[in-house]
Design a protein around this ligand. Structure first.
Ligand SMILES: [Zn+2]
Length: 162
C-alpha cells in the first residue's frame, strides 16, 4: 500500500524557515526575511535580515534586537506558529482570512505543503514515524475538515498568486 502523505507528518514548521515573505515595514511591498541556515538549526542573528527590493529597506536582526544576549547568543524572542516571521515579527505576506480563521504561510514552499496536505485524501498516521511536533499532525481542524477542502485549496492558490 502506498501512503502518499506519510512523509508530511515528519515535516516541522522549522523546515519552512528559509526565505520568509513578509510585508515590508517601510513600503508595504513584499519583502524577504533571509534566515541564513536557520532551517539547519544554525542560528546566527548576524545572518538574519529583512530585505526589500522595492524600496531598498535592509536591516539585520542585531540592529533591531537589543534583547539578544551577546554572551549566550540567546534570549531573543522567536515566535513560531503565528502569521509573523519568527525574528522581526513582521506580518507574513501570504495571509488571508478564511471563515474567521487566518490562513497563512511563510513562503510558497509552505503553501505547497499545506495544499498537498489538505488536498490529500489519505491522512493515515503511521505509528512508527508519527511525530507530535510535526505540523502535519498539528494542522487545525478547520484546515483538515473535508468540508473546507475545496475552498481552502482555492484560497491557497489565490495566495500563491499574490
Ligand atoms: Zn520596502
Amino acid at each position: 500500500m502506498v501512503n502518499r502523505t506519510k512523509h508530511t507528518y515528519g515535516v516541522q514548521i522549522y523546515d519552512f524557515i528559509k526565505d520568509i515573505c513578509v510585508i515590508c515595514p517601510n513600503c508595504s511591498a513584499k519583502a524577504i526575511v533571509k534566515t541564513g541556515e536557520f532551517h539547519k538549526l544554525k542560528y546566527n542573528e548576524y545572518e538574519v535580515k529583512v530585505v526589500c527590493t522595492a524600496c531598498g529597506f535592509n536591516q539585520t536582526l542585531e540592529h533591531v534586537s537589543p534583547r539578544i544576549d551577546k554572551k549566550q547568543k540567546r534570549g531573543n524572542i522567536l515566535i513560531f506558529g503565528a502569521p509573523v516571521d519568527p525574528f522581526f515579527h513582521l506580518p507574513v505576506w501570504f495571509s488571508t482570512s478564511f471563515e474567521g480563521e487566518t490562513l497563512w504561510a511563510y513562503n510558497t514552499e509552505h503553501l505547497d505543503f499545506l495544499a498537498e496536505h489538505i488536498g490529500s485524501k489519505l491522512r493515515e498516521r503511521n505509528n512508527f514515524s508519527f511525530n507530535v511536533k510535526s505540523i502535519g499532525a498539528r494542522l487545525p481542524k478547520w484546515m483538515t475538515s473535508a468540508n473546507n477542502r475545496e475552498d481552502l485549496l482555492k484560497a491557497i492558490h489565490k495566495l500563491k498568486l499574490k
